[in-house]
Design a protein around this ligand. Structure first.
Ligand code: GLN
Length: 558
């Protein structure tokens, strides 16, 4: 089948959930039997978000192939349950870097390089790569920002041309807007939506579908008004009211028949009946009143919860599987250094230290980890959280405050965490870390091996530093186990403490591979340990007791 394209643009304001909308629509199409991939076009000039502060951008989401991408890629992977690749996140920086290096090579000798056609052609080439590299039949393309931004013009122009290149029957434009609510008159307003559609039209794109996001119920009349003024069918105006449960969005959109409408426009027959029973169960489970475990998340960017988006999601997925409400208590690590925030840490059933860079707040995190070790509080350390767990333990067994990572103290006497040898000669900061999927051999009998219930796993990485092998012996003698090792034996990937209910640190980022219906085993094991500490009975065992033992069936008896 010819590749079908759905393009998502945003209007009125940003942050209205365009990424979640695209991801959910992808799910509707996958449920109808089509293979789907999603691409995000980001108009900023950075080559990727890897060099941006989480304050600017939120989490950097890492793919199997090591691409450092926008956090929307996380939504796509979690909602659609696909593994995407590096062509699925394109930035202005990448596009210009490519065109300029071709120009230097002489590929365009004699020509003047211009936004149209050179930049737009490169954007279109990259859109084309998605179907080629993923085999997707339907490619969803989301463009970051809102219509009217100067930076997004070349991208919109490329999208406009796509309809001419691949045909009207193979392209759908979806414009996602926002309906502001005027409190004084208690009404929703469509005018900004009309304006942004007009702006889009002036660029040459007429949307086929308008998704009108709102915090309040949208009356039918309003949808008719949008249809009339924006020149789209009434059926193609989709009022999408903010959902309190993220994973309800596909269910809401399914009820609004957008999946059927899109197939109709593409003249495609659905290949199977969509089955949302698992999603419905998931949403019911989110809403069900469950016993609460409190997890103290000790981080550096805690004011901005988006900086830890996948960690939050992975905790939620694990909680759903275990029948637990996971309450995340955000703790600013530098507060702990000033003797603030300790009540929250001491109240927690589990402590988690996520990934991070730079020295601010490091000692606060180490103190939280010491508290977890000494008080037998379940602990999960992710990347930096694993490195700091090793540093804390080294300080304890060597009876010295000096053990450190050379990231924070270049001249430490005990560099228990150090640059990887292949990182030493690297000067560039962008895209040069140890990135993406690497295999990890689990050591039998350890907590990690029990949690995974397998011997070899692959996990996504994003780091420059690692456990210094010169300290393996001394740490092991002190009671640290290396429960996951790279198959060549060179790198410690998982460390844990033998004499502790649950103290596990991973050099990789398990949060990127957690899915709503497939929680990550280490998150589940961590939450299970937190449940035990909180004195909450094991739901799985309770369920087993409630269900009477099966009687021997006739077949077995005979
Ligand atoms: N800063 C550490 C390193 O580069 C940890 C990175 C992380 O937590 N992602 O190794």
């Amino acid at each position: 089948m010819t590749t079908k394209y759905i393009f998502f643009t945003g209007g009125v304001v940003s942050s209205v959930g365009k990424g979640v909308t695209a991801a959910a629509i992808g799910r509707l199409l996958k449920e109808r039997g089509f293979s789907v991939a999603v691409q995000k076009l980001d108009p900023y000039i950075n080559v990727d978000p890897g060099t941006m502060s989480p304050y600017q951008h939120g989490e950097v989401y890492v793919l199997d192939d090591g691409a450092e991408t926008d956090l929307d890629l996380g939504h796509y992977e979690r909602f659609i349950d696909v593994s995407l690749n590096r062509v699925c996140n394109v930035t202005t920086g990448q596009v210009y870097a490519e065109v300029i290096s071709k120009e230097r090579r002489g590929d365009y000798l004699g020509g003047t390089i211009q936004v149209i056609p050179h930049i737009t052609n490169e954007i279109k080439r990259r859109i084309g790569l998605v179907a080629k590299t993923t085999g997707a039949e339907i490619v969803l393309v989301e463009i970051g920002g809102t219509v009217g931004d100067i930076e997004s013009l070349p991208f919109l122009e490329a999208l406009r041309q796509m309809r001419i290149d691949v045909g009207r029957e193979n392209t759908i434009y979806i414009h996602v807007t926002w309906l502001p609510y005027i409190g004084a008159t208690a009404e929703l307003k469509t005018k900004p939506t009309q304006h942004s559609v007009r702006e889009l039209r002036s660029i040459g794109i007429s949307p086929d579908v308008v998704v009108a996001r709102s915090d309040h119920p949208v009356e039918d009349e309003l949808c008719e008004k949008i249809a009339l003024f924006c020149d789209v069918e009434r059926r193609a105006v989709i009022p999408l009211v903010t959902a309190d449960v993220l994973y309800e969005v596909p269910l809401i959109l399914e009820k609004l028949n957008i999946g059927d409408y899109l197939l109709e426009r593409f003249k495609l027959e659905q290949r199977r009946e969509p089955d949302f029973r698992e999603w419905e169960r998931l949403v019911q489970e989110v809403r069900r009143k469950k016993p609460t475990v409190r997890i103290a998340l000790v981080g550096k960017y805690v004011e901005l919860h988006d900086a830890y988006f996948s960690v939050r999601e992975a905790l939620e997925h694990g909680g759903l599987a275990l029948g637990l409400e996971v309450q995340i208590d955000w703790v600013h690590s530098s507060d702990l250094e000033k003797e603030r925030g300790w009540a929250v840490v001491k109240n927690a059933d589990g402590i988690l230290v996520p990934g991070g860079f730079g020295s601010r707040g490091i000692e606060g995190k180490i103190r939280a980890i010491r508290y977890a070790r000494e008080n037998e509080v379940p602990y999960l350390g992710l990347c930096l959280g694993m490195q700091l767990m090793v540093i804390e333990f080294a300080r304890h067994i060597l009876q010295s405050d000096d053990p450190n990572s050379t990231e924070f103290d270049r001249t430490t006497e005990y560099p228990v965490i150090d640059l990887m040898p292949d990182q030493r000669s690297i000067a560039d900061m962008g895209g040069t870390m140890r990135l993406g999927l690497y295999p990890c051999q689990l050591v039998k009998g350890t907590r990690a091996a029990k949690a995974y219930a397998t011997e070899l796993v692959e996990e996504r990485h994003r780091h420059r530093f690692e456990l210094n092998n010169a300290y393996r012996d001394v740490l092991q003698k002190g009671g640290m186990l290396f429960s996951g090792i790279s198959p060549d034996g060179r790198l410690v990937e998982i460390a844990e403490l033998a004499n502790h209910p649950f103290m596990v640190g991973t050099q990789f980022h398990p949060e990127f591979l957690s899915r709503p219906n497939r929680p990550h085993p280490l998150f589940a094991a961590f939450l299970d340990a937190a449940r035990r500490r909180a004195g909450i009975p094991d739901r799985l065992q309770e369920v087993a007791q409630e269900v009477p033992a099966p009687e021997k069936s006739a077949a077995v008896v005979s």
